[in-house]
Design a protein around this ligand. Structure first.
Ligand code: DGL
Length: 259
């Protein structure tokens, strides 16, 4: 059975564009509504209850007002803290959640020294810790990159470069794998490479998109393959001009695929 209902994506800002790019490659005929929660970012240092309640409001809007047939949590922090509560409340709604791609390291390059970069919220979560202890290669450092998503969100790339020089200085020359455990971080690959050199990056965007495809198939929710899908973008910034700026940037990233 075909359906023209959209898929809802959510992130604390435009970071989830890195996930949307992969989803569009696999599912170009789907319609999407991307919710960027600029009014409440960053999520990285918020407590669980705050994130659960904010994600609940967004999912409610995506389902009731936008008629979404499935949700993608395109934010590692929101996934780590809220997916359990959301799945319990919206039990009939497929909810797909990203997580740091640490299993990929285990599968592809387990012998290399690995740095997992993520928000503090993600690294402290029970969900991430289960994953980490399951695939631990005993050559991994976990680095909470407090404030990094914010610098990317606000396009403060010079400050970002200084920030990375500082937090990554001990990892120069010894790191093979870098797990980008926040959906904003793929937008900073160039700046990370400037410090660490030629490392191998791992992120969950492709994995979560493949999972989305599987879930749509299992629930018979795919669109017809005849029509190109469309993307609707919502941003919660307080002013229309700020919302417009976010929208432009989001579509620029998507169209240039500059990740
Ligand atoms: N993009 C988000 C993540 O993947 C959150 C960044 C933030 O708002 O702190 O974790």
């Amino acid at each position: 059975m075909s359906s023209r209902k959209p898929i809802g994506f959510l992130d604390s800002g435009i970071g989830g564009s890195s996930v949307m790019i992969e989803a569009l490659k696999l599912l170009p005929n789907e319609d999407y509504v991307f919710f960027s929660d600029s009014a409440n970012n960053p999520y990285g240092d918020k407590d669980d209850d705050e994130i659960i309640s904010r994600c609940d409001e967004i999912v409610d809007l995506l389902v009731r007002k936008k008629n979404c047939k499935a949700i993608v949590l395109a934010c590692n922090t929101a996934s780590a803290k809220a997916v359990g509560a959301l799945r319990e409340k919206y039990s009939d709604l497929p909810i797909v959640a990203i997580e740091p791609a640490y299993k990929m390291v285990h599968d592809e390059n387990p012998d290399g020294f690995t740095l997992v970069m993520a928000t503090r919220g993600t690294l402290e979560s029970e969900k991430f810790n289960k994953l980490f202890y399951k695939y631990n290669n005993n050559k991994t450092d976990l680095l909470a990159c407090v404030g990094m998503a914010d610098l990317i969100e606000q396009e403060r790339f010079d400050e970002l470069q200084d920030y990375l020089e500082n937090i990554l200085k001990d990892y120069k020359g010894k790191t093979s794998n870098v797990v980008l455990g926040c959906t904003h971080y793929p937008l900073a690959k160039k700046q990370i490479k400037n410090v660490l050199g030629d490392v191998k990056f791992f992120d969950g965007a492709n994995g979560v998109s493949r999972q989305l495809k599987r879930v749509l198939e299992q629930n018979d929710l795919q669109n017809d393959k005849t029509e190109q899908g469309k993307i609707d973008f919502i941003d919660s910034s307080p002013t229309e001009s700020e919302q417009e700026l976010k929208k432009k940037r989001f579509f620029k990233i998507i169209s240039e695929e500059k990740i």
